[in-house]
Design a protein around this ligand. Structure first.
Ligand code: EPU
Length: 335
């Protein structure tokens, strides 16, 4: 196990914040997990787990042992005539995994192409895009609890998946290291093209999984900033849920309000539209700002500082609450 001291995580977080970890370890095999537990007990410091660092806002200093997950590999666990069960190590790059499944004739994840991060990060916030959430394909999540020093497997029900949420975001799972995720994929593609942009692109045309992935990549590249060029963590706020009554009320003053009906009778609003209407699109706050092409995405304009992030979050939340009466919940995880 190679331990580095006072290690700057700048290259390991897509918002590109300077953040110095007391200890930094790259975990390449599950066998090192027990050794790490011992190291943590010896140093009396907690362990923090880093995947792709694509949904994280870091502090300047981290008094912990930060573990970068680089567990790699996929394997087929079971096949039927219609489905295939694939186990994927948590450190694999999500987009590469998605593209490899399509190339192997295993379908379902195509709408989730180009989402930054790792396979282990996918269940944590139940990644979703263009009409699909990843929990639809996850059968089990395997991991190791640093607190108890034991392994554990959770079924999809036990993961308590919800919109951008799972049990892995709760304090009880703070010390849980996801080692691998099992996905049940389809051998015959069943493309989902209900999302407006895909429905439009495939109207009157046959959608294949490969073509859907291509279109999703094109739409994402057009709207969302590339983390390699403009540092960001994707959507900064969750799309808020409101009652039917609130939607009716809001539509009186905002007739073009975007709202999606939910199975429970409530409506999901587009936080990006609200932030845009509030005038924050392209707005700068010191070293950060809301992206000029998608108001829901905060971007680091260079030398981004956490204080500016927090100040902009508060301004956006206050404006949305006072103008629309709607609370916006932050989406990335703050360490
Ligand atoms: N809109 C505006 N102005 C803006 C941004 C959006 O008016 O500046 C309007 C759009 O015109 C559209 C609506 O808001 O009518 C929704 O916008 P969009 O389709 O871009 O999706 P979103 O709700 O902003 C969500 C996810 C994205 C995901 C897309 C596509 C959340 C928090 N975000 O964004 O996920 O890629 O849908 O499915 O649910 C992420 O989680 O990091 C992420 C990028």
């Amino acid at each position: 196990m190679n331990v580095q001291v006072d290690f700057n995580l700048l290259p390991f977080n897509t918002f590109k914040l300077n953040s110095v970890a007391r200890y930094f370890v790259e975990l390449t095999s599950e066998a090192e997990l027990a050794e790490l537990t011992k190291f943590s007990k010896d140093k009396k410091l907690p362990i923090r787990i880093l995947g792709g660092g694509s949904n994280l806002i870091l502090p300047e200093k981290i008094e912990a042992i930060v573990v970068k997950n680089v567990l790699m590999g996929t394997r087929v666990l079971m096949e039927t005539s219609d489905t295939v069960l694939i186990s994927c190590a948590s450190g694999m790059n999500w987009h590469q995994f998605v593209m490899s499944t399509i190339a192997n004739g295993h379908f379902g994840l195509e709408n989730l192409a180009l989402i930054p991060g790792t396979v282990g990060g996918a269940p944590i916030q139940n990644i979703g895009a263009y009409g699909i959430e990843v929990n639809r394909f996850i059968t089990q999540v395997h991991g190791y609890d640093f607190e108890t020093g034991s392994t554990k497997t959770l079924t999809t029900n036990e993961c308590q998946f919800d919109y951008r949420h799972s049990i892995f975001k709760t304090p009880a799972y703070k010390n849980f290291f996801i080692t691998s995720v099992d996905f049940q994929l389809l051998k015959k593609a069943n493309p989902v093209v209900t999302y407006a942009e895909l429905a439009h692109a495939f109207s009157g045309k046959t959608a294949t999984a490969g073509l859907v992935a291509e279109k999703v990549i094109e739409v994402r590249q057009k709207k969302l900033p590339d983390v390699a060029v403009i540092p960001n963590v994707g959507s900064f706020f969750k799309n808020p849920l409101v009652t039917a009554q609130q939607v009716d009320q809001l539509k009186k003053s905002t007739p073009d309000l975007v709202s999606y009906p939910q199975p429970d009778g409530r409506f999901k609003l587009a936080a990006g539209q609200l932030i845009d209407k509030l005038g924050f699109k392209g707005h700068k706050q010191g070293s950060v700002g809301m992206y000029e092409k998608q108001a829901l995405v905060m971007v680091n304009l260079g030398n981004g500082r956490r204080e500016d992030v927090v100040a902009l979050v508060e301004r956006v939340q206050q404006a949305c609450l006072s103008v629309y009466g709607v609370s916006l919940e932050v989406e990335p995880i703050f360490w």
